[in-house]
Design a protein around this ligand. Sequence first.
Ligand SMILES: C[S@@+](CC[C@H](N)C(=O)[O-])C[C@H]1O[C@@H](n2cnc3c(N)ncnc32)[C@H](O)[C@@H]1O
Length: 189
Amino acid sequence: MPDPGWWEALWPDPARVLRDIGVTSGSDVVDLCCGDGWFTFPLSRPARSVVAIDIDAALLEMAKIRMAERGGAPNCTFIEADAYEIVGLLNAPVDYVLLANAFHGVPDRPRLAEAVHDVLRPGGLFGIVNWHATPREQTPVLGQPRGPATELRMTLEQTIASVESGGLKFSKNVDVSPYHYGAVFERLR
Ligand SMILES: C[S@@+](CC[C@H](N)C(=O)[O-])C[C@H]1O[C@@H](n2cnc3c(N)ncnc32)[C@H](O)[C@@H]1O
């Protein structure tokens, strides 16, 4: 996880990002690979329920603390688990799965996309927030190059190809930061 100072500078309005990528009020949402919960708290406001999943216990603990510091969210559950196991972690299908700043690091992307497909309701959405495939030197925040190594970054087209092979249909793209795209996919039926 990045250190919070520049992360906050890069994402000053996470609630706006969520609106832009189609998270709607009253929905059941998963924050997959939630990290220290920068997007989890703003998700918990419009959503009916949020399940926040991460493999790193220490980051999950930070996400819980962040949530508690903001007054808590009774509609939010935190689960320490591997993202590939998402199907077995939920009691019911959901309306939206968010994967922010993590897809570039997933070893088997079609496998993950297929698992996400299987937990979405028909009409449900998968939103991927990913760094554009620009060189790392060209994505400074607070005066330093930031984000994943250049060779790890994925173009929108690469992301679409990986996710559609898991059965979801590309729906729209929105630029959600100076350096990120927000690609939204739909489960058609
Ligand atoms: C750069 S952080 C992004 C955190 C958060 N989504 C955000 O944008 O603020 C990537 C996160 O992915 C998590 N992660 C990596 N592999 C994972 C896996 N197989 N299952 C669940 N979480 C994973 C890491 O622990 C880390 O918290």
